[in-house]
Design a protein around this ligand. Sequence first.
Ligand SMILES: NC(=O)c1ccc[n+]([C@@H]2O[C@H](COP(=O)([O-])OP(=O)(O)OC[C@H]3O[C@@H](n4cnc5c(N)ncnc54)[C@H](OP(=O)(O)O)[C@@H]3O)[C@@H](O)[C@H]2O)c1
Length: 325
Amino acid sequence: MVAAVRVHKPGGPEVLTFEDVQIPAPGQGQIKIKQHAIGVNFIDAYFRMGMYPSPVGMPFIAGNESAGEVIAVGPGVTDFKVGDRVAYVGPLGGYAAERVFAADRAVKLPDNITYEQAAGMMLKGMTAQYLLNRTYKVGKGTVVLMHAAAGGVGLILCQWANHLGATVIGTVGTKEKAELAKKNGAHHTILYRDEDFAAKVKEITGGKLCDVVYDGIGKATFPGSLDCLRPLGYFVSFGSASGQIDAFNINILQAKGSLFATRPTLNTYVAKRDDLVATAGDLFKVVGSGAVKIPIKFKYPLKDAAKAHKEIEGRETTGSIVLIP
Ligand SMILES: NC(=O)c1ccc[n+]([C@@H]2O[C@H](COP(=O)([O-])OP(=O)(O)OC[C@H]3O[C@@H](n4cnc5c(N)ncnc54)[C@H](OP(=O)(O)O)[C@@H]3O)[C@@H](O)[C@H]2O)c1
């Protein structure tokens, strides 16, 4: 039996239950991982509260991201051996001291990436990678608006966009978060709880507005985010931290300047193994070179997962959060 955090019924952070579970031997194509560090993400809360239904029913082990070492390999696995250092983003089951996992969804960790770094970046960093390189191709001179710039995805995306030569504008909830976002690549910050962020974007850009808005907030920043875009700009709605955007009339995109809108998810972008390996490889490269740092601001024992959820949903956290089994 190993320690794990399970959800027996949807609800608030209090439904996260610390208990012992049995982890089976790895089956065909699977590896068994002793997990050394586990990432906490906003998506973990969506599954816990039932906004995203659990594909495995109830109860389920929460969590979608971890790093650790391979302790057993199942039949048919040729790419991994016992002792390999690995990391993954994947289906529920992350909040546990051990798990079995599909070998073809794991990646090997380079020696210069620690387990904690990996747990703090696989989901958030690969998301930043595809958002900046594939959903919209950010480069020198691109003007980017990133909401929740001091959050987990936020601090990584701001650094990376800056590294690519973009001008980065970040919205944040507090002055302390503004300081942090500025230290991590944001050229301008906006306190969107106090200021009209679209008016502020107009002022900062001298009326030119942004090429792309990365919006993980959802309900609270819609349709304001559209007013931050130049004609033919890209509205990238990649999350719903404040709740999901209500259905809207697509003609609003025409009225606001022939805008493009997309609702991407990492799963689609790394569905093919080649894409997974390339996306992770790109992330390892920017982190390994020091161009992007993984700010792990909050680290808790696995048993305190509920505290981590309370804090991320209470807007109290910045950067990445990891749990240690
Ligand atoms: N589509 C994808 O592929 C993908 C992948 C990873 C993450 N995501 C999404 O990206 C977003 C960020 O994820 P994360 O794990 O890095 O979380 P996070 O940014 O560390 O935390 C969420 C942040 O959202 C802001 N926020 C604004 N309104 C909020 C509200 N009503 N309740 C809670 N927070 C609110 C808060 O920052 P302020 O205090 O500064 O406002 C908070 O710190 C989430 O929406 C997540 O679902 C999407």
